[in-house]
Structures are given as C-alpha cells and as structure tokens.
Ligand binder design. Structure first.
Ligand code: CUA
Length: 307
C-alpha cells in the first residue's frame, strides 16, 4: 500500500474534507479582500494631490469601512457554522470505538470491543466511522491527524469524543498539537487506514496473546524481560508481565516505530533504544536498566518475536 502523506488540504475522509473546503473558501475571501484593498491603495497613491478629496469619499468610507466588512464577517460566520454543523459531534452509524489516552510522550490506543491495546498506531478500516474517546493520563495533549480530522484536546479526568473516517487507504501521520512538555515535538501518531479484510487480519493478530518464544535466545530474552524490571512498566499479554506505565508490548514487532516516531522499529534501533532511552528521548520515564550485552541481545531477540 503506498503511504499517503496526507495533510489538511489533502483530506483522506469526509470530516477533513469539510475542514479543507472551509479553508479554501476563507482563503478565496481573504485573497479577494487583499486584491481589492491593494487596488484601492495603489489607485490612491497614484492619484495626483491636486485632485483633492472627492465628494464621494463619505460614501466610499461607509461602503468600504462598514457595509463590506459587515457582509464579509457575516459570510465567514455563516460558512463556518455550516462546516461546524456538517462535522459530526457524535457517531451517526455503528462506529468502531477507540480509546486514546495521551501520555508524556506517547499514545495509548485501545479498542474496548475488540480486546486490543497498542501504542502510537491507530488502525482503522476505510469507509467506517471511528469514535475516538480522548483522555489524558497526565497533562493536556491534543490529537491531530490533519488528513482525517481537526484537532481535539485530551484532558485528564475528562473524555472528549472525536469522530473521523478515512475513505482512502493509506498511512496518515499526526502529531500532538498541544505543548505538553519537553518531548511534545516527539509525539507522533500514525493512523493506518486499511481495507476491511486487512483490518480484520490486524484485529485477529493484535487480539491474540503473545507468541511463546521458541528459539533459545528468545526464551532467554523472555526471562530477562521479567527479571530486569521491564515487566514493572510494560504488559505482554500471555506472560506475567502486566505493568501499565509504558506501552503494551504484546505485538511490539508489528509496529512501525519506537518511542512514538523517534526511531524506526528494527532490531538495531531497538537495541540502541533499550540501552540508552534517554539519549533518544530525554525526559521519558524509561531508564537504562543496565543490561549486559548478552542479556540485551537476548531481549532484542525476544521482542523481535512479538509480531
Ligand atoms: Cu502531547 Cu504535546
């Protein structure tokens, strides 16, 4: 599937299309006012001083300074209201419910009806309404995937609902849009819109418990995971690891990035990440737990099996 970069003006679904349309209307209105204003200004500058003030100056002031701005503001108000009404504030059909919790600095994503918990990657089927229930575990964050919907804050102790839909398959990158601390700029979210059948495959895979490690190295790595303290913060379903401070790692290897977009997810960067998380994302809760090179290799081998 070719990744779609997608921005606010390249909408991938109906909600974003409404916002893009409104933006174009406002741009055209603004451009029209600008051109008219420049025309009048240049004309005034070129007029010879000797011509003096014409009799029609009063009328010009009333039309240009009162009537026209009033009409324009009314039009802007009207098209904005129309766009706001067209953007659903609650689901109209049978939506897929996704709970999104903002953390410093990553996204916890769970599908309560599907038994799935993941991080930083929002998988959705195309052509279906998605009801995002947004909340925060710490400070205020803001969910923004420009190609799919507008921004909405994630607040502690409150749930905000954002409805979105993707009509075209592709990867849509989003960002936290509310300053939330040191790593605010490293809080990317990837929305992956897929056709129904590949979404169902993803659901089946993510809903399952972690695969038992088979290779000797991976078996050793699973023990390291439990004994080195990783399990205090991370859950791997199907194992005793049930920490909830950091991302659920049950299917870590299926995700595209580490640290919410900081590194590509591959064995080499995973090794780097675990051996010195603060070097890659200063200020996060994860610390170097001081593994020996051998244990680190085993751990990376194990985490690589968590497809
Ligand atoms: Cu989270 Cu900015």
């Amino acid at each position: 599937m070719p990744p779609r970069a997608g921005g606010s003006l390249d909408p991938g679904g109906p909600v974003a299309a409404e916002i893009a349309e409104l933006w174009w209307i406002l741009l055209c209105l603004g451009a029209g006012v600008f051109v008219l204003f420049m025309f009048v200004l240049i004309r005034g500058l070129l007029r010879r001083e000797s011509e003096g003030v014409s009799d029609r100056s009063g009328l010009f002031l009333v039309v240009g300074g009162v009537i026209m701005p009033t009409i324009l503001v009314a039009v802007v108000f009207a098209v904005t209201l129309i766009a706001m009404r067209a953007i659903p504030s609650s689901a109209t059909s049978d939506p897929i419910v996704v709970e999104v919790t903002g953390h410093q600095w990553w996204w916890e994503i769970s599908y309560p009806d599907l038994g799935i918990r993941t991080a930083n990657e929002l998988h959705i089927p195309v052509g279906r309404e998605i009801e995002l229930r947004l909340t925060s575990a710490d400070v205020v964050h803001s969910f923004w995937v420009p190609a799919l919907a507008g921004k909405l804050d994630l607040l502690p102790d409150r749930v905000n609902t954002l409805i979105l839909q993707a009509d075209l398959p592709g990867n849509y990158t989003g960002m936290c849009a509310e300053f939330c601390g040191l790593q605010h700029a490293n809080m990317a979210i990837e929305a992956v819109a897929e056709r129904q059948d590949s979404f169902e495959r993803w659901v089946a895979q993510q809903g399952s418990a972690a695969a038992e490690p088979v290779a000797e190295m991976a078996v050793e790595g699973a023990e390291v995971f439990l004994s080195a303290g990783c399990a205090d913060c991370h859950t791997i379903r199907g194992t005793p690891a049930s920490g909830d401070r950091g991302p659920d790692l049950t299917h870590l290897a299926s995700r595209g990035t580490l640290g919410s977009g900081v590194l590509d997810n591959n064995p080499e960067s995973l090794r780097d990440w675990i051996s010195d998380p603060q070097a890659h994302k200063e200020g996060i809760a994860m610390e170097d737990v001081g593994l020996t090179p051998n244990d680190l290799d085993a751990l990376v081998a194990y985490l690589g099996t968590l497809e």
